[in-house]
Write a protein that binds this ligand. Structure first.
Ligand SMILES: CC(=O)N[C@H]1[C@@H](OP(=O)(O)OP(=O)(O)OC[C@H]2O[C@@H](n3ccc(=O)[nH]c3=O)[C@H](O)[C@@H]2O)O[C@H](CO)[C@@H](O)[C@@H]1O
Ligand SMILES: C=C(OP(=O)(O)O)C(=O)O
Length: 423
């Protein structure tokens, strides 16, 4: 299993290109199941999660061809010969549940394994199921699988999400696109990935209004066609790499970055004393000299501060002047990076959904490991700011969501390399 070796660094300077969003691509790919015609996604990220979704769609009988070194995905679901998403693939990635709504909407039946919990929390899928029931789906849970039927097709309905869920909004949005009549989704998620999905579905012929607000209205159509759609920029990769010059000092331009994707996050960075400038080609982040200041952070659905940047922000605040409190409101167990950061000399006290971080002048390199994607990259950021060497193991978590992380950071002067254990 590979590890990442990071050696503490001085200021970083240069440019980092930001890829298409993992979380957008993982919902755009299952949208192929809604149509008999081809869907082409450009600006796709090259990630293990994308390969997992490819394998899942192929297991259902869809064709997925990766072109242009993986940046273009040509998908076609002309003849699905299997409507069962097997546990062996679904357990690898929670986003697998996103095949349920589209398969059910197009063909009237689907069987999908329940994904189960994961390191950051229990993550039930009850809201996905309730939203589909509001569209007339008949569901039964048997042997760890959701057996779904809609013999006469799905029918439009109104559903108000009791809490904001990105994935449940995506499943419902896709299913409603082919339901008969009008669907109104209230308290819907407003994330840029939802907007991207709605734009792609519209290109395929769907009639959708209100994406990016809490109420989305969908007028169902009989069939959807083919489309070509560029995947939106990955705001979480963007925020992660914005933290590299923030933590090491220097000046880095994140190519393709836009402030509207990471507004709440930018506000916090600026409060901490980091400079951010929007250019025609991206976002420039700079910090010179002084230590960053402590800031308090509360994770919330978009447009709030994203939970997927909480671990990385904690790494920065470990080096800030003063005491910060981070409150995690989305996932109940998303502070697993804290004990690892403590091994690097950080002062963190976790109490329930809060972490109190008292900044130290210098972190110290150490061998560390993490049990999830964003936790892993937070340890790389901490390693860049630490004295000495940090070895981050369990790199497969990182490969789920960051393409060529070491090359991108090397490109701005970071001392980071992948070490293979195989030899
Ligand atoms: C592939 C993908 O896009 N993943 C993102 C997506 O995950 P995902 O779509 O799984 O996250 P949700 O927005 O659904 O989760 C929000 C909260 O709702 C709860 N919940 C969710 C569904 C449900 O049926 N019942 C329920 O109780 C979850 O446990 C969590 O506490 O949004 C999260 C929140 O921004 C991000 O951290 C993930 O990176
Ligand atoms: C939690 C994440 O992803 P997933 O929902 O796929 O587990 C993430 O991208 O940080």
């Amino acid at each position: 299993m590979d590890s990442i070796l990071v050696t503490g660094n001085g200021p970083l300077n240069g440019q980092i290109p930001i890829a298409g969003a993992k979380n957008a691509c993982l919902t755009l790919m299952p949208a192929t199941l809604l149509s008999e015609e081809p869907l082409t996604l450009t600006n796709a990220p090259r990630l293990s999660d994308i390969r997992t979704m490819t394998a899942l769609l192929q297991s259902l009988g869809a064709e997925v061809t990766s072109m242009n070194e993986g940046k273009v995905l040509a998908l076609s679901s002309h003849g699905l010969d299997n409507h069962k998403a097997d546990y062996d693939i679904v357990r690898k990635m929670r986003a697998s549940i996103l095949v349920l709504g589209p398969m059910l909407a197009r063909d009237g039946h689907a069987v999908v394994s329940l994904p189960g919990g994961c390191a950051i929390g229990a993550r039930p899928v009850d809201l996905h199921l309730k939203a589909l029931e509001a569209l007339g789906a008949e569901l039964e849970l048997k042997d760890g699988y959701v057996h779904a039927k809609a013999p006469g097709g799905l029918k439009g309905g109104t559903f108000e999400f009791p809490i904001v869920s990105v994935g449940a909004t995506e499943n419902a949005l896709m299913a409603a696109s082919l339901a008969k009549g009008t669907t109104v989704l209230k308290n819907a998620a407003r994330e840029p990935e939802i907007v991207d999905l709605a734009q792609c579905l519209r290109r395929m012929g769907a009639q959708i209004d209100g994406e990016g607000t809490s109420t989305i209205t969908i007028q169902g159509v009989d069939r959807l066609g083919g489309a070509t759609h560029p995947v939106v920029t990955d705001r979480i990769e963007l925020g992660t790499f914005m933290l590299a010059p923030a933590i090491c000092g220097g000046r880095v331009e994140l190519l393709g970055g836009r402030r509207d994707l990471v507004g709440a996050f930018c506000d916090k960075l600026e409060q901490a004393g980091v400079e951010i400038e929007e250019t025609e080609t991206g976002l420039v982040v700079a910090r010179n000299g002084n230590r960053v200041r402590a800031v308090d952070v509360v994770t919330e659905p978009y447009p709030g501060f994203p939970t997927d940047l909480q671990a990385q922000m904690m790494a920065l605040l470990c080096t800030a002047e003063g005491t910060s409190v981070l409150e995690e409101k989305i996932f109940e167990n998303r502070f697993m990076h804290a004990p690892e950061l403590i091994r690097m000399g950080a002062q963190i006290d976790v109490h329930g959904g809060h972490a109190t971080v008292t900044g130290v002048e210098k972190l110290k390199g150490a061998p560390v490991m993490a049990t999830d994607l964003r936790a892993s990259v937070s340890l790389i950021l901490a390693g860049l700011a630490a004295e000495g060497e940090t070895v981050v193991s369990r790199v497969y978590h990182l490969d789920r969501g960051y393409e060529r992380v070491e090359e991108k950071l090397q490109g701005v002067g970071a001392r980071i390399e992948r070490v293979s254990d195989r030899g």
